[in-house]
Design a protein around this ligand. Sequence first.
Ligand code: ATP
Length: 926
Amino acid sequence: MKNNESTKLSEIAQKSLASLMSDYQTTSQGLTQTDADNRLKKYGENTIQTVKKRSELFVFIENFTSMMAILLWVSGIIATFSGMLELGIAIWTVNVINGCFSYWQQHAAQKATDSLKKMLPSYVKVTRNGKIKQIREEELVPGDLFTLQAGDAIPADARIFNCSNLQVDESSLTGESLPVDKGNQYQQGDGKFAQNNIVFAGTTVTSGTASGIVFATGMTTEFGRIAQLTQNQKKVIYPLQRELNQLTRQLTLIAISIGTVFFLLAIFFVHSPIASSFIFALGMIVAFIPEGLLPTVTLSLAQGTQRMAKHHALLKNLNSVETLGETTVICSDKTGTLTQNQMTVNHIWLISKQYDVSGTGYFTNGSVSSASGNIILEEEADLRELLQIATLDNDTEVTEGKENEKSKILGTPTEAALIILTRKAGIDSQHENQKFPRLKELPFDSNRKLMSIISKTQTGTPIIYTKGALSSELQICDQILDAGQIRALTEADRKKILAINEKYAREGLRSLAFSFRKVVDQDPLMDQKIDSYTIENAERHMVFVGLVTMSDPPRPEIFDAVKKCHHASIKIIMVTGDSPITAKSIATKIGITSDKARIITGSELDQLSDDDLQRAVKDEVIFARVAPEHKFRIVSMCQKNGEIVASTGDGVNDAPALKRADIGIAMGVTGTDVAKDAADMILTDDNFASIVSAIEEGRTVYKNLQKFLLYILNSNVPEAAPSIVFLLTKGLVPLPLTVMQILTVDLGTDLLPALGLGVEKSEPGVMDLPPRPRDSHLLNKSIIIKAFVLYGLVASIISICAYFFVNYIHGWPSVALMASGAGYAKATTMTLGAIIFCQIAAAMNCRTQISSVFSIGLFSNRRIWLGIIAELALFAVLIYTPFLQEIFNTQPLNLVEWFFLFCIPIPLFLLEELRKFFVRRTKSHN
Ligand code: ATP
């Protein structure tokens, strides 16, 4: 950082808040919307371009410099200089077309990936026109006031105020991995980013809350400046790409070796001239190099991610498609993922009285559906106290929807349920907050499972209000409110509370407990400043008030999704912060576990050794009342058992587990920025069922790649077979397929239906099989046998027969031995045609592995049919255009010949259907 920038930062840090606000022409009411709009025009969007795009021209040219392309360039030159100008031009043309096609595929894949990024907007809570509203991060402008809480990514450089226990992870800027404390008061620090009352874009909040006033956005932030200096794009190579690269290299090596052998044999065995021997060998090389494999695979992965996005699962990189298909265990949160996060308050329980308040409305992410019932608030001190805590110890805003509009929630459904509950009792939260102004907040975190606030009572003394999980509350309460009187919390009371809570939990209800403590008289905090109130000294000696229960029904789609997982041998482990009994009740209701499942709580987990835990996760198990840190251990132990683990998470502390898991899955709606950043996949609907759809899609994409590979490889054999005939007969039988014809099949007709295979829908039963083992290869033995022996050999025999069939019609054997003339051209046309028609059958046969093609619908994949039509059209153009006839050595076909060709695919297709039928039958008998 230059000195003047450093000075600017310390000036901002040392200024009074009022003068900073006047510098940035803002007030505590925030900017007006008009002012914000004008500033957005002036300063531009708040975005940081960390990645400099590679020049499009460079990307384009790259497609013409692969080994295969270079080989074709050189071959074109050799052909030209050996007097075969037309062949030279044709080879170059094919090379150009092929390069353009592969660039198009690359471009389409990039576009698909980019469009996914746009589907994941980040929001920030700002104050504008005196109201809190949520805006997209890009719309933030200098002078905006915004709020921060744990898990937020800091959207811009800002001076902070109203700060409460704020800790920030600045490792992206400073490299320092420990979170740093931030505060309201300026303190001198050393180092580049030492200003303790300034937060920087690109860093994240690990705990606490604060408000901020923006002083720099986009590329003018410190992070933006650094990004500008270090803009470079790291090319990440995924395992699948590595495997494909290796495969391409191996096949290329084989192709070149075979080509060299053929070249030498042509010279010394057949005594052909060097140039034509070279062109002949080129045919062999072209036939075997699987060009176009990588761009097609990348495109098909990218298209797979697009389909997943439609099913609410956004993948951050293509690699995850492959891992998803291998997933064997899903560690899933409960609330909101398995359940609807639609909180309905059912009961209020006080030691002396209970209320059934079912039917007072339900509250879901982002909106409220109000039911008709109302609560009659009796003159009952304990109930009043509980509702008071529920109103004040609450960070969620519920705005009343206008006519026919749902109310909106800014916060969590749990807290929204409490707001609605208190509203039904006639309590106005704004009014209450004015009466008892908040002095400090000790924010909720899922480790201690409590949230507290300190408010000022009307007598001026502080009061601590706490709400949270009952198990945590009982640890901090030693008194109880009983019919308006505070008395000691006895063992009998504890038993009674636990018993009622257990009863509710068995019904699958979630509970929240409430407590308070007035800081009066002898209280140790009495003379302390509010700043020195901490979790340790404030959340103790509390007065227990009561419980509120809420129901959160399972998502309707969950039952099927769980069944699908079980069929697919994927294990589900529920890992929840909720109570063990509630967790078990929901898990058995949904069908995740039987009621024999072992429940391990967070504290029990702490006592288990790694070995014990490793054994425990092999059986039916539920983890309850766990902290996010426990999730990391659970994921690790599953992995030690050789499992491929997908794990969900939403909070800031879930990040390590998300990173550790093979597939980290963050919640798009309720998840924090930190969780989203750490994850590989983001669910835009927070729904477990979307994970299952994504796994299904992942398995399908992988299977489609195998189908594609099988299809591409199987045409290599009939492309090469004619050259073998030529060699074996010592050149007596001229080449039944010319080099240009090989190029036509390999770079033209072959690729068109293959594109359709990449988007084939899931084969029935894809989720009835166990997950694919991690060490399995895309190109396995069964594909090799099918490609080279089954499909390949049959197609070779048919195409060579086609060659001799024409010869036979036109006067065997004389024509057969002539390497020129119309008869020879017609014969090679038939070889080419036979290969194309065999490929039509192969395209259909490759669509399924063992299911009948009729079961997925003969015409259900339009792209394959379009590919086939395009392939036939190309063939027709090549044989009916006089100028192309010469280059491609083709001749028009008569009706008999066309009939011969059209007959080829039918038996091939029917025989394969029969084979699949027997495979299915054998499998079902086993
Ligand atoms: P899951 O981990 O499956 O998402 P969960 O939402 O119950 O389930 P946490 O968010 O860790 O898990 O919450 C744990 C417990 O903390 C809850 O069961 C509830 O009792 C309590 N709790 C949840 N939200 C709040 C809140 N805003 N304030 C106080 N306590 C809360």
